[in-house]
Design a protein around this ligand. Structure first.
Ligand code: DNO
Length: 402
C-alpha cells in the first residue's frame, strides 16, 4: 500500500509535515483554484509539485511525492455533450499531457452529474462523542420535496419515504432547514461549485432528457476520446464511484454497482481505463459486496479510498461513516485483495484513508468536512497495522509500496 493522503493545497489547515509525520509518503491533491474545465498549465502544476515536495522554510525535501491527482474534474458540458464540450475535451487532454510531463500519471475523476458526493449532516455525533458524516435518505427526500419542490420529485420516492421525509421536515426549524440545504449544496471538499437552490434547479434542468444510458454513452465517448493519449503517455484514469451510489434528485448515476463497472470496462477495454475503488461509496448500497468488487476488479484499480460505513438500523439507504476497520465493508478481505494485486504487479497501489471522524483535538482547526487530521491518522495507522499483519500472514515482507 502506497500510503497517501489528500491535501487541499496551501489553504489546508493540515500541514505537509503533519502528513509526513502521520506516516504518509504520497500526496493526493489538485489545482483546486483552477476552475473546472480550464487548462492546468505546466507552470501551475510545477508550482504545486514544488509546494508538495520541497519544504521552503527548512530548505529540505518534505519526503512526500505528489503521485495522484484528485480530481481533474470533468466539465458539465462534457457530461451533457452540449455547448463547447469538444473544446473542453481538448483542454482536458492538454491538462493530462502537462501532468504526464511532470510525471503525474494517476488521475482520479468522476462522472456524477451536477453534484459530487452528497451528505445531509456533517456532524453526526457517535457514541464516543466525535462526529462523522451522515447521509440520511429522508433528509435528501425532504430537501427535494419541500425545499426545492422539484417538479416530478414525488415519483422518485416511495410513499413510506415521502412520509418519513415529511416527519423529518416538520421537525426541523428554519435554521435546521437551512442547514440541511447548505449541507447538500454548499461545497463539500473537492466539489466543484457551491450552488443556491435556484441554480441547482436550473442545473438539474440541463439533464432533462439525459437518462442513465445517455449519460453512460457520454462517459464512454469522453473516454474513447482521451484513452489513446492515456495509453501513449501511461496515464491511468481512475473513475470515482457515485456517492451515494444511487440516483438522486432525479439525476442519473452510472457508477454505483458491479454491473456498472463491468459495462465501463467492456466499453473501453484499455487497462488505463480504471477505477478509484472507494469502499465507502460503493459500501453505501446494501447489495454491493465491496470486498468481492475489490477482488473482481483488482487489475484495474489504480487508486483506493479506504473507509467504512454503517447503516442505520431498519433503513435501506441511510448510513453514516464509521471507523475505518469497522462497518459493513470487510476491510481485512479488501486489504488482502490489495496486497495480492500489489504482489502480482510488483508495485504499490496508492491508497488513502478516506475521511475520518472529527475528534476533540481537531475542533477549531477549520478542517474540511471529513478531512480531519487525527481521524484520518487513526485510519491510516489502522490500515497500516492491518497491512503489516496480513503481510506477515501471507509471508510477504513489509514495504511501504515504494
Ligand atoms: C470525497 C471524495 C470525492 C472525490 C471525487 C472524485 O471525499 O471522495 O469528492 O474526490 O468524487 O472526483
Amino acid at each position: 500500500m502506497k500510503q497517501s493522503w489528500r491535501w487541499f493545497g496551501p489553504n489546508d489547515p493540515i500541514t505537509l509535515r503533519e502528513i509526513r509525520q502521520a506516516g504518509a509518503t504520497d500526496i493526493v491533491t489538485a489545482l483546486h483554484h483552477v476552475r473546472c474545465g480550464d487548462l492546468w498549465t505546466p507552470e501551475e502544476i510545477a508550482l504545486r509539485q514544488r509546494q508538495v515536495e520541497w519544504d521552503a522554510q527548512r530548505n529540505q525535501p518534505t519526503g512526500l511525492t505528489w503521485s495522484v491527482v484528485e480530481s481533474v474534474a470533468v466539465h458539465e458540458s462534457i457530461k451533457t455533450q452540449t455547448g463547447d464540450w469538444r473544446q473542453r475535451i481538448a483542454i482536458y487532454q492538454q491538462s493530462l499531457t502537462n501532468l504526464a510531463a511532470a510525471g503525474i500519471t494517476t488521475i482520479c475523476y468522476n462522472f456524477m452529474p451536477v453534484l459530487d458526493w452528497t451528505r445531509t449532516d456533517l456532524e453526526l455525533e457517535i457514541d464516543d462523542g466525535s462526529t462523522v458524516l451522515h447521509c440520511d435518505w429522508a433528509g435528501i427526500a425532504a430537501f427535494d420535496l419541500f425545499v426545492l419542490q422539484r417538479p416530478r420529485a414525488e415519483a422518485c420516492y416511495s410513499p413510506e419515504e415521502r412520509a418519513e421525509a415529511k416527519v423529518l421536515f416538520d421537525r426541523l426549524d428554519a435554521t435546521g432547514r437551512q442547514q440541511l440545504a447548505d449541507n447538500i449544496l454548499l461545497g463539500l471538499p473537492g466539489t466543484v461549485d457551491d450552488l443556491t437552490p435556484a441554480q441547482f434547479l436550473e442545473m438539474l434542468g440541463r439533464y432533462d432528457g439525459i437518462d442513465a444510458d445517455r449519460l453512460r454513452q457520454n462517459l464512454f465517448d469522453f473516454l474513447t476520446e482521451i484513452m489513446p493519449l492515456c495509453d501513449r503517455l501511461g496515464i491511468r484514469m481512475a473513475i470515482h464511484p457515485d456517492d451515494p451510489p444511487r440516483p438522486i434528485f432525479g439525476l442519473p448515476r452510472i457508477l454505483s454497482t458491479p454491473a456498472d463497472v463491468e459495462r465501463l470496462f467492456a466499453a473501453v477495454p484499455s487497462t488505463n481505463n480504471g477505477l478509484t475503488l472507494c469502499t465507502g461509496s460503493f459500501g453505501g448500497r446494501k447489495d454491493n459486496d465491496v470486498a468481492v468488487m475489490f477482488e473482481t476488479f483488482a487489475p484495474r484499480i489504480h487508486f483506493a479510498h479506504l473507509r467504512n460505513v454503517t447503516f442505520i438500523e431498519g433503513t435501506e439507504k441511510t448510513f453514516h461513516e464509521s471507523n475505518h476497520l469497522t462497518g459493513r465493508v470487510d476491510m481485512v478481505r479488501v486489504m488482502t485483495a490489495l496486497l495480492r494485486e500489489e504482489a502480482r504487479r510488483g508495485v504499490g497501489i496508492p491508497v488513502r484513508p478516506d475521511h475520518g471522524k472529527l475528534m476533540d483535538c481537531d475542533l477549531g482547526r477549520g478542517c474540511y468536512a471529513g478531512y480531519s487530521y487525527a481521524g484520518r491518522m487513526i485510519g491510516l495507522a489502522e490500515l497500516r497495522g492491518l497491512e503489516f499483519g496480513l503481510r506477515a500472514a501471507l509471508g510477504q515482507t513489509m514495504s511501504h509500496g515504494r
